[in-house]
Write a protein that binds this ligand. Structure first.
Ligand code: CTP
Ligand code: MG
Length: 363
């Protein structure tokens, strides 16, 4: 039995890029051999085990064959006879198909090192197309390593186009797409995730509403958001901001977006560019949609997204200042003046409108 480090950790070590998890492959062993050593089996379909101490994932070397349509249709073969090379050959990209043995030597049968050096995301074999989720993975790696000069290889781009055109993407569960998208949004160049999917027609195949709303301003703002350290909800909201509110709602539900992501995205779609806001009442109801008194971070997130998209919009700073000012209006002060019941609510509103007018927020 031999154990090798595989996948992302090998790739990222060679790239000098930080990594947070290590995946291992075990050759020449049966499930019982690992169970006897105290490994714990996880997953019913694949022979994957957790190390008794480190809890890292150890998978028995395996091959996969397509048995039916889409993401789920796999038959998985594993036996002590399957070689490391066979296991590596079923993997998605050459840079992900290298292994490191216990003495630190690299096993690289498919030219991964060369593709690391020439900065290419290239598929290992035509078996790539057996798993359409890999299109999203390639786009995510493109977003992660764009600043290092990585590009999708022409032949991989061509294969991904064919896969998008033949409808395979429809078999991926929405939850899986959301997981890949969320990871991609957190990468260094999230715009590259979208441009890669646009180039291979995958985004259109997945979400027909989305591609026409992803223009250059949005893609630039998205990378600027990453540069500025904005969180994933802000980044997602930027990517949806050119949809109208109704389209955005549909997209968020198709994507099974998290509640917080959908909440911000829908408000950005509805309010960017900012409406006229001519009266103090308009400013107040604008702020109220963001629950600005009780949950200040929601308005902050909107202003962050809007500022990235509309750098010349002067009213955004005014909105923040107005919210800070209106938070100073305390019920206790008005109660002390004798207001109670519905009159108290009215008095607070009147006070807020007065302060807005004093700040030049509407007439
Ligand atoms: N659809 C997939 C998923 C995974 N893999 C293989 O399994 C390895 C581990 O998968 P995972 O941890 O998901 O990805 P990493 O490449 O390790 O990248 P990350 O840094 O995101 O963990 C990959 O390197 C790749 O060899 C694959 O071929 N096809
Ligand atoms: Mg990994």
């Amino acid at each position: 039995m031999k154990t090798y480090l595989v996948g992302g950790a090998v790739r990222d070590k060679l790239l000098g890029y930080p990594f947070h998890e290590r995946d291992w492959v075990v050759v020449g062993a049966r499930p019982e051999d690992l169970l006897d050593q105290g490994f714990q089996q996880v997953g019913k379909d694949f022979p994957v085990f957790l190390h008794p101490m480190t809890k890292e994932e150890y998978a028995l070397a395996r091959t996969e064959r397509k048995s039916g349509a889409g993401y789920h249709g796999f038959i998985c073969d594993f036996s002590p006879d399957i070689t490391l090379e066979e296991d590596l050959s079923r993997r998605d990209l050459t840079i992900n198909a290298m292994a490191e043995d216990t003495s630190g030597d690299i096993v690289d049968p498919y030219g991964g090192m060369q593709d690391i050096n020439s900065r290419l995301l290239r598929h290992v074999s035509p078996a790539f197309s057996e798993d359409p989720l890999r299109i999203l993975r390639v786009a995510r790696f493109a977003a992660r390593y764009a600043h290092l000069g990585f590009k999708v290889a022409d032949e991989t781009q061509e294969l991904m186009r064919k896969m998008s055109d033949n409808g395979e993407l429809a078999t991926i569960a929405a939850e899986r797409i959301w997981v890949e998208l969320s990871k991609a949004l957190n990468e260094k160049s999230p715009a590259v995730f979208f441009s890669t999917l646009l180039d291979c027609r995958a985004l259109h195949a997945l979400f027909p509403l989305w591609p026409p709303a992803l223009n250059n301003t949005i893609l630039d703002s998205l990378n600027n958001a990453a540069e500025a350290g904005a969180d994933a909800d802000v980044r997602f909201a930027i990517s949806c901001s050119d949809l109208n509110a109704e389209q955005c709602k549909i997209l968020c539900s198709e994507l099974r977006a998290s509640n917080s992501a959908a909440w911000l995205a829908e408000r950005c779609a509805a309010n960017i560019p900012l409406p006229p806001l001519s009266k103090a009442e308009d400013w107040l109801s604008f702020l109220e949609q963001f629950d600005y008194t009780r949950r200040p971070p929601l308005l902050d997130a909107f202003v962050t997204a809007a500022t990235l998209l509309l750098p010349n919009e002067k009213r955004l700073e005014l909105l923040q200042n107005a919210a800070a000012e209106l938070r100073e209006v305390q019920a206790a002060d008005l109660i002390a003046q004798g207001f109670k019941g519905p009159a108290l609510g009215q008095a607070m509103r009147t006070e807020r409108l007065k302060r807005l007018k004093e700040m030049d927020c509407g007439e």
